[in-house]
Design a protein around this ligand. Structure first.
Ligand SMILES: [Zn+2]
Length: 272
């Protein structure tokens, strides 16, 4: 499951409930967990002193979920360790991982909006809404989600896969890119495809979306069919791009990623 659990209801409040919470505890941008990768109890965090942030960010069933954060450099208390969120993928339970991902995005937003971007005054966080409000000019700043498209292009039994210079060596994936202000998602898919590999495509088919908290993306994935053009990898962005037969694929992204689910979906369809 690559999403917040269905029984999770998001909310945002600076008013903390009395009930025992699920604790999403963060020092700097590292997550505090037990050595066997479970979320810490509230009592285990007592030694850390007054947190920088302590807010309610939703409920898992009836259990309140609290984002509690301390500044970088704070020492982890006895019995807990700090780990990056990426490293916790597949080790922290699914529910805990995706609620942690939400916590991390909200924390990044809170830290990035301590002052008003218009007039510079220190902001105040609304009591029951994820909004940082400027007391001087009333400007309101909400958490940002950045849409990014992903597209897997096919030509007969072949898939167009590419690698960017920051991928693990040998790994190829579907194309991806951020939506520009003013642009539709569909236009973005066509534009990015042309920019990254120089081919034209048709018949975009919706696949699925996935939140990606590094730092605040929402991946929106499509299948598409090739029309025309020879592959010309975009300099600086695409290290290599090729057509791969579904029976001779390179190393692919991790099974948990939406890219891999998209590729597996195409393979199943083409083999079926
Ligand atoms: Zn202001």
């Amino acid at each position: 499951m690559n999403m917040l659990p269905p029984e999770f209801t998001p909310c945002f409040s600076t008013v903390l409930p009395d009930a025992t919470p699920l604790c999403l505890a963060i020092i700097g941008d590292q997550h505090l967990v037990t050595p066997d990768a479970t979320l810490p109890d509230l009592a285990a965090l007592a030694a850390l002193g007054t947190p920088e942030v302590d807010v309610l960010i939703g409920h898992l069933g009836a259990t309140p979920c609290r984002l509690i954060a301390w500044p970088e450099g704070t020492a982890a208390p006895d019995g807990l360790v700090i780990e990056g969120l990426r490293a916790l993928y597949g080790r922290l339970g699914d529910d805990a991982f995706w609620i942690s991902a939400r916590a991390r995005q909200l924390l990044a937003w809170l830290r990035d909006h301590r002052h008003c971007g218009r007039c510079g005054t220190a902001t105040a966080v609304a009591e029951h809404e994820a909004a940082a409000i400027c007391p001087t000019c009333a400007h309101r700043m909400y958490p940002r989600v950045s849409p990014a498209m992903m597209v897997l292009i096919r030509r007969g039994r072949e898939l167009l896969l590419a690698r960017s210079p920051h991928f693990k060596p040998g790994v190829y994936s579907a194309l991806a890119g951020f939506v520009e202000p003013g642009e539709t998602l569909e236009a973005c898919v066509h534009r990015e495809t042309m920019e990254e590999v120089g081919v034209t495509i048709t018949d975009l088919r919706w696949f699925a979306s996935q939140s990606w908290p590094f730092p605040h993306s929402l991946m929106l994935a499509f299948h598409a069919d090739y029309v025309d053009g020879g592959i010309v990898p975009q300099e600086g962005e695409i290290e290599d791009a090729r057509w791969f037969d579904i029976d001779a694929l390179p190393e692919l992204p991790a099974r948990s990623s939406i890219a891999r689910r998209l590729i597996d979906d195409a393979i199943t369809e083409l083999r079926g």
